[in-house]
Ligand binder design. Structure first.
Ligand code: SF4
Length: 113
């Protein structure tokens, strides 16, 4: 069975595994959660509540920063990896804002201040 198996759930002792295999997903707090929680549909109150619930899982995730960086990155075809859903504790709207902020900072470093 893979160490990334959802059936195992999050591993409290995952830090050594993360170092060993270099894969941040080993420490993901969402491994034992329903993946659909992280992909709310629509913009209504149910979707907002679902986003809040997903973000609360991310708050306690030791892989949060690595997850966010992965989601902000692009795949081999130049497509944004984490276009939809909650990744790294941010909604898709918040990640778009973060990408814009980083782009501005790359073009005009003084804009970061
Ligand atoms: S930050 Fe959130 S979405 Fe990313 S691995 Fe952790 S729990 Fe999952």
């Amino acid at each position: 069975m893979s160490i990334l198996s959802r059936r195992d759930g999050p591993r409290a002792d995952s830090a050594p595994l993360i170092e060993e295999c270099g894969d941040w997903r080993v420490g993901a707090a969402c491994l034992a959660k329903d993946p659909e929680l992280f992909f709310p549909l629509g913009t209504g109150s149910e979707a907002v509540a679902q986003t809040v619930a997903a973000k609360s899982v991310c708050q306690g995730c030791r892989a949060r920063q690595a997850c966010l960086e992965w989601a902000l990155g692009r795949d081999g075809r130049g497509r944004v990896r984490g276009e939809f859903g909650v990744w790294g504790g941010l909604s898709e709207t918040e990640r778009r804002a973060e990408r814009r902020r980083r782009s501005r900072r790359a073009v005009r470093p003084e804009a970061a201040a």
